[in-house]
Write a protein that binds this ligand. Structure first.
Ligand code: UT7
Length: 342
């Protein structure tokens, strides 16, 4: 069961007008990880498809990544303006307040509405829904949507099942008000959730549940935990079903999809989903080998890099899908617009 996606009542669609991304400069190789974890380059490559990843240095926070990506997206869209800022993140700078207002202020956008969206690895797609809603409702004409995560700040450095996968990065798009029929128009958006399995991916401490218990949390409870094998199974099922639904609602057929961009969770998951959808190798976009799993940032980072290196070009039919903690998942399909990606 997923949320129904109806035509926008106002007829105003959110259209992608600019895209940018940023990864922090420090790179960690699989070999580096073997020095502190019981793992191997062979295990990580064969089980996840990851060879290297970018990580924040001490003192760097999610907003620092978000500002870099946001500035690039604004520049790509040919201006410095936006009248709303949405930040999708699982690693906000603070529990309170939201990080989006700080990002907006540092981009010279003080005064505009700015808020965070918490949908873990599906954050970019939920952020697209939020931005589309702001535009459809006439609240904003030009929205900066940033998806940024500094996942390594919540990963247990001693947990080999998560430390080898998760990494840091940011991606952003500028969405302008436009026509649903234009290239770059977002939608239909297929979104869903299953809070009955929130236990699969969680940070146990730091929220009202643990705090109101009156019990101080141990340091390990502030780390991210994931039940990998079960998560893997749900990821394949949900991304496959959501992708089928998004393509159907768009009126396309799967063999007409030119580029498949899935949340870069694990190369084996991506292959399993694409195989089920019968999307051939040459139409699959991937950058997980070099960036790992960057959470909510994953999709816009992939799109930005693919558009920069020519794997994604104007006019192509693109299918996007994501899955993650919540559980939450989603998919959408759009024609890639003419852009100057940064
Ligand atoms: O981002 C959104 C949500 N996240 C995902 O979608 C990620 C979903 N899950 C995964 O990507 C995979 O489940 C993992 C990469 C986390 C794990 O891969 P797996 O093939 O599912 O491995 P597993 O958990 O079934 O473990 C297989 C074996 C275990 O050893 P035993 O019990 O068979 O002796 C693990 O202890 O591999 C072991 N193992 C490792 N060995 C070397 C787990 N992590 C490592 C490691 N290095 N880093």
């Amino acid at each position: 069961m997923t949320a129904p996606s109806r035509p926008l009542a106002t007829g105003r669609a959110a259209v992608i007008a600019g895209i940018g991304s940023y990864v922090p400069p420090d790179v960690v190789t699989n070999e580096d990880l073997t020095r502190r974890l019981d793992t191997s380059d062979e295990w990580i490559r064969s089980r996840t498809g990851i060879a290297t990843r970018h990580v924040v240095s001490p003192g760097t926070a999610t907003s620092d990544l978000a500002v870099e990506a946001g500035a690039r997206a604004l520049k790509s869209a040919g201006g410095e303006d936006a009248d709303a800022v949405v930040l999708a993140t699982t690693t906000p700078d603070h529990t309170c307040p939201a990080t989006a207002p700080a990002v907006a202020a540092r981009l010279g956008l003080t005064g505009v509405p700015a808020f965070d969206v918490a949908a873990v690895c599906t954050g970019f797609l939920y952020g697209l829904a939020s931005a589309s809603g702001l535009i459809a409702a006439g609240i904003a004409d030009r929205v900066l949507l940033v998806a940024a995560d500094a996942f390594t700040t919540i990963i247990d450095p001693g947990d080999r099942t998560t430390a080898v996968i998760f990494a840091d990065g940011a991606g952003a798009v500028v969405l302008r008000a436009g026509d649903p029929g234009e290239p770059g128009a977002v939608g239909p958006l297929v979104l869903g959730s299953d809070g009955g399995r929130s236990d699969l991916i969680e940070v146990p401490a730091g929220g009202s549940r643990q705090r109101s218990s009156g019990r101080a949390a141990g340091p390990e409870e502030h780390y991210f935990r994931m039940q990998g094998r079960d998560t893997y199974r749900h990821a394949v099922e949900r991304m496959t079903a959501a992708s089928v639904e998004a393509v159907e609602r768009r009126g396309w057929t799967m063999d007409g999809v030119d580029r498949f961009a899935a949340h870069q969770a694990n190369a084996r998951i991506l292959a399993a989903v694409a195989d089920r959808l019968e999307i051939p190798d040459e139409r699959r976009l991937s950058n997980i080998e070099h960036v790992g799993n960057t959470g909510g940032a994953s999709l816009p980072l992939l799109l930005s890099q693919a558009a920069q290196d020519g794997r994604l070009t104007t006019g192509q039919k693109v299918l996007l899908t994501a899955f993650g903690g919540g559980l939450a998942w989603g998919a959408t399909a759009l024609h890639w617009p003419e852009l100057d990606p940064l």
